[in-house]
Design a protein around this ligand. Structure first.
Ligand SMILES: Nc1ncnc2c1ncn2[C@@H]1O[C@H](COP(=O)(O)OP(=O)(O)OP(=O)(O)O)[C@@H](O)[C@H]1O
Length: 210
């Protein structure tokens, strides 16, 4: 589904991705780990079309990112500071996004809100949410359109223990539905429980894949 060939990206003098070669299949969870600054977020950003590679290429369903298509067509994303709009309710956020791709029905929106533990009639704006609640909201945003590819950068680091179990169940169900999930995490338990394959990065390179 995703093929990464010789992906290299420099920022100034810093090579943040170096000759990365990877293949990702559908219905699989890939755990991405590595030290701070290893390049995990950069890899996710490159797959999402958010940064331009200096050399190499990324194909999603045989289409080259930032050449044939700007970004993967069916993509759910939670990267770094989640980008749920603070001045709206979660439901309004999802309704606004739904207007872009016109995939999600009202039912799908309510279902995603319920799955991350909120009431679809909740009148609170996202700015009134705690950090963990914002992270749940961002997870709802990443899954509500049932995308083929889900990129998650530290999706559970602010979520309470029970919540982490609930979010893991969500990711498992998304995988069963057939989605490919790439999950960057520093939480060894997240990776052990969820990942079918682990990719280890260091200094922009993939140093171990199994
Ligand atoms: N906006 C930026 N401008 C310049 N360099 C950056 C920028 N963002 C990240 N980098 C550099 O890119 C490299 C890879 O960073 P990246 O965020 O991908 O690491 P990471 O593996 O996700 O780390 P962490 O575990 O801390 O999230 C680092 O050397 C970092 O300093």
């Amino acid at each position: 589904m995703i093929v990464i060939e010789q992906a290299t990206k420099k920022i100034g003098r810093n090579t943040v991705l170096k000759d990365v070669n990877l293949n990702f299949k559908e219905g699989t969870i890939y755990g991405l780990r590595g030290r701070n600054g290893a390049g995990k977020t950069m890899l996710l950003r490159a797959i999402a079309g958010l940064i331009k590679l200096d050399s190499g290429r990324i194909l999603v369903n045989n289409q080259q990112i930032r050449k044939e298509i700007s970004f993967p067509k069916s993509l759910g994303i939670l990267i770094e500071n989640n980008n749920v709009l603070p001045d709206f309710t979660l439901k309004k956020n999802l309704q606004l996004l739904a207007k872009i791709k016109k995939i999600a029905t009202d039912e799908m929106i309510d279902d995603a809100i319920l799955r991350v533990g909120f009431n679809p009639n909740d009148k609170r704006k996202v700015r009134q949410f705690s950090l963990g609640m914002k992270q749940r909201a961002a997870i709802a945003q990443a899954i509500f359109e049932k995308p083929d590819l889900i990129l998650l950068d530290e999706p559970t680091n602010a979520i309470d223990v029970e919540g982490v179990r609930e979010m893991r169940k969500i990711f498992e169900l998304e995988k069963k539905r057939g989605a490919s999930i790439i999950l960057a995490s520093h939480n060894p338990e997240d990776l052990n429980v969820l990942a079918d394959e682990i990719i280890v990065m260091a200094e922009g390179r993939v140093v171990n894949e199994k």
